[in-house]
Design a protein around this ligand. Sequence first.
Ligand SMILES: *Cc1c(COP(=O)(O)O)cnc(C)c1O
Length: 396
Amino acid sequence: MSGPPPLIPYGRHDIDDSDVAEVVRVLRSDWLTTGPDVAAFEEELAARVGAKHAIVVNNATSALHLAMRVAGIGTGDRVLTSANTFLASANCAAYVGATPDFADIDPRTYNVSPDSLQHAWKDDVRAVVAVDFAGQPCELPAISKLARERNAVLIDDASHAIGATLDHEGSRYSIGANPWADMTVFSFHPVKTLTTGEGGALLTDNDDYADHARRLRSHGIVREQAQFLGLGAGMDEFGPWYYEMHDLGYNYRITDIQCALGRSQLRRLSRFVARRSEIVKCYNEAFCDIQSVTTPDAEGRAQPSWHLYVLQIDFECIGKTRTEVMLQLRTHGIGSQVHYIPVHLQPYYRQTYGYAPGKCRIAEEYYTRCLSLPLFSGMSDDDVKAVIKAVKVTLR
Ligand SMILES: *Cc1c(COP(=O)(O)O)cnc(C)c1O
């Protein structure tokens, strides 16, 4: 007897035997955490994107928090981010006592736009958290110009965009290593393009940011004798046990088990990006002539690393609610998801900062129409066909 068709989720990790073998190698080794695979993953990741430093941590939310700390953001400061993002891009500002604030998106790319940032700017803005939504690089050159002119730090939340590049004045720049972002953050959550189970990274060319972030990752501890302050009675015998805490840090460490997985995944990153791009092309060709939908549009200057495939659907025109469409797709075995509820409309943000509907109208309007379809590198051609068929039937 044949049961219901298997569910094709909106996102899924891509793990093969080589990943499993690398994880097993670490499980049999002497180091489960803070060992050689952490350092090796940092080196390989920095080399892959072309950044001077990579600091790997337990998740991207921690990496964003560290970015705020090392940039010196705190009480009395304002941090601008996109209204169309995951909570963490804004929460990191609240962690350090700053005020998270939001700018609207470009209706074509769904990315925060330089114009809307300029419009939302206030005198106390000290940092911008730009987001490369769905894996499409945002307009970093223009955003960085704005931030530099106004003395603000630019952090690129590239949780969606590892492997993406951006062309500017005849050169190609990698997300994670470019002249514009002071720091870049990646997420290695299983729905993202490259996974370590849970994990994240902070990339920067700035030596001070990198040193400080490394120290904060592990309780603010300093182990190099040259840096010891030795304050206090009996604190001048720097024996082999000795360490000092110079800063209030955290335990944001990632394990060698996870980093072994990350190293193995990194070797396949180009293939992941290429397969996702192929699927996006199939979807775009299949859906471009459906009246009630808008397919994603890649900026000419960007080579996205597609994390999400978002359709904008005119639900009124097709006479179904989004919930009905999602449920109907589900009966065909197709998962879908919504990215994102505008962050400023979350109860916490409304109650704490007084934000209200109408603040970022394009992101709010976009939210009423968006639906993410399955996109992951392990999708077979038959999976892609099944999604296309189900979407066409459902939106007919
Ligand atoms: C996933 C995601 C994060 C948080 O990543 P974690 O690794 O789960 O902490 C932050 N920002 C964006 C845009 C994300 O999509």
